[in-house]
Design a protein around this ligand. Sequence first.
Ligand SMILES: CC(C)(COP(=O)(O)OP(=O)(O)OC[C@H]1O[C@@H](n2cnc3c(N)ncnc32)[C@H](O)[C@@H]1OP(=O)(O)O)[C@@H](O)C(=O)NCCC(=O)NCCS
Length: 336
Amino acid sequence: MAASTIHGRHHTGHNEGLQATQLSRDLGQIAELIELCFSAQMDAGGRSAVREMKMLSSLGPLLWPLTLFNGTAFGLGLGYVWREGGRVIGNVSLYRGGRHPWLGPGFLIANVAVLPEYRRRGIARAMMIETLRLAQQKQGRWVSLQVEADNAGAIALYRELGFEQLETISQWTTGYFRPTVLPTPHDEWPVRIRRRGEVDAEMDLIYNRARVGAIAWTRPIAQGAVQEMASNVLLGTNKEHWGVFDPDDGGRLLGVLWIDVINWVSVRLTLFFDPALEDPNGRRALLSRTLRLAHLQGRRIQIETAAHDDPVDEVLISNGFRKVRTLVLMRKQLED
Ligand SMILES: CC(C)(COP(=O)(O)OP(=O)(O)OC[C@H]1O[C@@H](n2cnc3c(N)ncnc32)[C@H](O)[C@@H]1OP(=O)(O)O)[C@@H](O)C(=O)NCCC(=O)NCCS
């Protein structure tokens, strides 16, 4: 088939062209495709997901039920591949994204990839159109994805399909965190653990005001996630929500930092700010105060923040953080 004739919905002969993903047939080849198309930007998590996919495909489907339940590959069961000459040359994966408190249930799209020699023939577009249709059939109300900010080609494709840009976020990381000089605390700005009675204020900040509210795409934020604060001494895990409060306006919540101690080694931080917080010291205070906490010292810290927030970037850089990537979050709402 001349690939230039691809228009939207196009199913070709047996096991060729656009095909609903069949893990038992496609998993190993999807892993190879992802590895080839994303090798430059893949982090440790991505590499381990690819290893897991290859391992599963070599085991064969009969053994999958033993391993799949906690695997990344599990989500790959939904989506579309494009096959040419018996080989997977394109892939789009669809994952369940959870329930957004106002938009309802939704999906995440990931692993959009076409082999270099098959690009610009409409293959990604055709797979995306069919994947969006599938999300709609499964009662999804929205679909989100993230793309590297400098990937103009992919961003053009998603825009053409009706995705809107919600936010640009940066991901930063440290080695084992040991600041030589502790950050200035900026004591004029009250910073403390958020109280139980302030859950609604936090929800309102994250969903209605914060620039990175859209972060909900990766970890759709249900009310439960906002309420959740728990620690497990044995596992070394701990979740805390810290806030920075307006010293004048009756202690209004202006920023939230989620501290998620994942294990003895790693901590994930997520920072949300009300744009009304303009004072650079107010923006620095939350991070400067929490980076002094004993349980962050000596751990590897990852943080997600709205991109290009100068006061925050300054605190991160002066404390030895390194910017890993900048991502654009995009979402399309699906019709009834
Ligand atoms: C992004 C990618 C999946 C696109 O696949 P593709 O099959 O070449 O895309 P299509 O041919 O369906 O393109 C559809 C439209 O998207 C836009 N587009 C796609 N690639 C583009 C590029 N490199 N530059 C500019 N526009 C591009 C164009 O508008 C194109 O329409 P046109 O060819 O009529 O101008 C492919 O380039 C790829 O695998 N890249 C590496 C992995 C990656 O970056 N994936 C996205 C991660 S979020």
